[in-house]
Design a protein around this ligand. Structure first.
Ligand code: B12
Length: 356
């Protein structure tokens, strides 16, 4: 499939209209849904379809149909875990097709329909989240992760933080505490939520404890001397996920960088000013979902007009499994995890190190 910027733009512009039409269609054709979601049904399903249309747009813009298929399968797994049957899940795709035909009429390209057809075919093949935990209780570090999660879910977040901090200089360093305990704990709670085994509230408890624990670790750790590099770190507009990029920011600081951590959901137009004000060598942008891809493009576009231009590094969950996506959107580098992010950041910043 070829990338098609015009069709992708049309989908993005028409997302609200398409999602309204799809939601109307679903509620009219699946009366059970009306009962299940009550008066909130329309807005819940509109949001659902809005994301779907943006993911479709991202797939068309990049020529990567997986960006849509993987998200549809992800939704299918989450819905199955919450008791929805196969026929209903398929009917959401029928409603989406119906709305696309109604709204886009003659502008609906074959590629768009092909992307949806492929996603439907792969609906039950893609495994997004494993039913098995990646954590092995016999492994000492994994065991700390499990103790950490257990303490939080039993209502003792202070104890959870203590478990991790007390292990530093024994089984852990500050870096491995962040990368090998706190990040896997986040992934594990995400897996459990996806399977319907923990609630959103429980995930929030873990996330809040992880934010607090990372801050304490960073505060208590001896940092290497200033290496002369500055990194600005942010999650793009629309991305509420900020723990991964926060972890990278702390790790860079420990390695002697000056980091400017801007947080989640940062508008593209604010980035050049931050880079200029702090005279950054590099900017690290985090992308959580493929539906946020237009915002990342906008951010990269704004930064490229800036002079002197910082190196632009990207990462985050949305890149998983889509090789070369970072190049297609014009970034200078990508890393799949915190460890590799630190190594690549140094390589990218090195030619412009003011201390050289
Ligand atoms: C906590 C959490 C949330 C919190 C975020 C709170 C916060 N302050 O961050 C809240 C509740 C807000 C949330 C919301 C949503 N979430 Co959420 N969330 C999670 C969870 C459980 C943990 C995220 C985390 O802390 N990860 C920490 C580290 C381990 O991962 P990471 O962010 O990917 O970062 C690593 C790398 O990607 C990389 N990296 C990250 N950024 C960068 C940047 C650069 C430059 C580089 C080089 C590298 C890099 O390095 C990091 C460290 O190794 C994950 C599960 C998971 N597997 O991550 C789901 C997850 C990310 N969420 C998911 C989803 C779908 C959503 C929602 C759409 C759910 C919904 N229906 O509303 C919304 C979207 C909100 C939005 N607009 O962005 C999915 C994404 C699936 C996908 N990509 O297709 C996941 C994977 C859940 C799952 N089990 O499937 N979420």
């Amino acid at each position: 499939m070829q990338a098609d910027a015009k069709a992708a733009h049309l989908l993005e512009q028409s997302a609200a209209e398409i999602s309204q039409a799809a939601s109307r269609h679903l509620l009219a054709t699946a009366p059970d849904v009306v009962q299940q979601f009550g008066s909130d049904g329309n807005s819940i399903w509109q949001q659902h379809f809005d994301q779907r249309v943006l993911e479709l747009s991202a797939a068309i813009a990049t020529g990567e149909s997986r960006l849509f298929a993987s998200r549809v399968s992800w939704s299918r797994e989450a819905m199955t875990a919450r008791g929805q049957d196969e026929a209903f899940i398929k009917s959401t795709l029928v409603s989406l097709r119906y709305a696309l035909i109604e709204v886009l009429t003659d502008n609906l390209s074959n590629d768009i329909i092909t992307v949806i057809d492929n996603a439907e075919q792969e609906l039950f093949d893609n495994k997004c989240v494993s039913t098995e935990s990646a954590l092995d209780p016999r492994n000492p570090v994994d065991n700390i992760v499990l103790q950490y999660l257990q303490a939080i879910l039993q209502g003792n977040s202070r104890e959870a933080t203590r478990i991790v901090i007390d292990e530093i200089d024994h089984h852990l360093t500050a870096k491995t505490a962040i990368l090998n305990v706190l990040m896997p704990a986040q992934r594990e709670i995400g897996r459990l939520w996806h399977l319907g085994d923990v609630t959103v509230a429980e995930e929030h408890q873990v996330t809040a404890t992880t934010q607090h624990t990372m801050a304490l670790i960073s505060q208590q750790t001896k940092h290497l001397p200033d290496n002369g590099y500055t990194a600005v770190c942010a999650s793009v507009a629309g991305n509420a996920h900020d723990l991964g990029i926060r972890a990278i920011s702390y790790l860079l600081e420990i390695e002697g960088w000056r980091t400017i951590y801007l947080g989640a959901d940062i508008p593209a137009y604010d980035l050049p000013a931050a880079v200029e004000f702090y005279d950054a060598n590099i900017i690290m942008l985090s992308l959580g979902l493929s539906s946020q891809l237009p915002k990342l493009r906008a951010a990269i576009g704004a930064l490229k007009q800036h002079s002197p231009r910082p190196q632009i590094m990207v990462g985050g969950n949305a890149f998983a499994g889509v090789t070369g996506l970072w190049q297609k959107i014009g970034a200078d580098g990508y890393a799949p995890n915190g460890e590799q992010a630190i190594i690549l950041a140094k390589e990218l910043a090195a030619p412009v190190n003011p201390l050289n």
